[in-house]
Design a protein around this ligand. Sequence first.
Ligand SMILES: Cc1cc2nc3c(=O)[nH]c(=O)nc-3n(C[C@H](O)[C@H](O)[C@H](O)COP(=O)(O)OP(=O)(O)OC[C@H]3O[C@@H](n4cnc5c(N)ncnc54)[C@H](O)[C@@H]3O)c2cc1C
Length: 309
Amino acid sequence: MSADSKIFDALIIGGGPAGVSCAVWLARLGFAPVLVDAKAQVGGLCRDNPFSDDWNASLPGKTSLQVADNLAQSLDQAGVPVWLSCPVHHISHAEFGFSATGASLDSPIRARNVVLATGVRARSLVETSLASDVGLGSSGAASLPGILVGPGAHVVAQDFRSKRVAVLGGGDNAFENALYAIEHGAGAVHIYARTIRAQQQFVRKIPAGGVSVGEYHVDAVARSVDGVAYDLILVFYGWEPCVGFADALGLHRSAQGFIATDMQTAQTSCPGVYAIGEVAQRQHPCVVTALADGVTAAKAIQAKIEAGQ
Ligand SMILES: Cc1cc2nc3c(=O)[nH]c(=O)nc-3n(C[C@H](O)[C@H](O)[C@H](O)COP(=O)(O)OP(=O)(O)OC[C@H]3O[C@@H](n4cnc5c(N)ncnc54)[C@H](O)[C@@H]3O)c2cc1C
């Protein structure tokens, strides 16, 4: 893919609800945005949730997959150029603004402003202190058979019937997915949690003796926890922001690694770089707040351009 020599008003990296919203608003305000996403379809995490989107009061009865399709349709209607299957690997300062490169780009994308809307990914076993326990290389536990990392469509696609399932983690995702495995016929489900942070509404539903609290040892290759063998191990160790490609910009980050922003404008510590949605952990993570963040950044970019900056 080639961007020729065009300089866009804004490069939006990430086509989840935050990035799509920002791109659509910029186009409607009369500017020239371009949106790139690493995946083959826009929609971001909405494509990982096959269930109804009950959190969005304006879309009763719609599934998250329908929300993702609506985002793609909105981009199309706004006439925003979109490059898919296009992971950005590096972004740096340039005399006109910013320059972004990626493996599937013949030439860098050039833009006056950049919007980081790259969301989060589920933490895998190798990114935790368990890495030494399991003796894994950088290929990660996610690629091992029977190890499922994070919630979403890949969990729903599993046949749990009669399977022995270990669930690692003490938050809502761990307990909700353990209950999902039980409801879908798992033979045995055991949760291993260092501490329990999940809501009591989920904790109360787990059968007696179904949770071990404290340190535990995982052997992901043998697929065992504390020496007990399982058919499936489900890992719910929280989320981390997808920001490594922007390291050269030296952005200020929170203690957890999320990009720090000004709440009013979504501006980062680098002028001309904005961060919206989950990568900046600005508000409660959901589609509605991500959409709102996209509007915030679009209006801030409009004000900056109209002020001649
Ligand atoms: C299982 C599940 C169920 C959920 N259910 C709901 C629900 O019912 N209702 C609700 O409101 N919210 C729900 N959420 C949360 C909601 O999906 C997220 O809060 C929202 O999608 C975040 O939007 P975002 O735009 O910040 O990031 P994302 O949706 O994560 O989008 C980020 C995009 O950036 C792309 N990207 C990442 N790195 C790069 C790179 N280097 N180059 C190019 N592109 C890149 C990714 O491919 C992705 O498409 C759910 C989440 C999950 C996981």
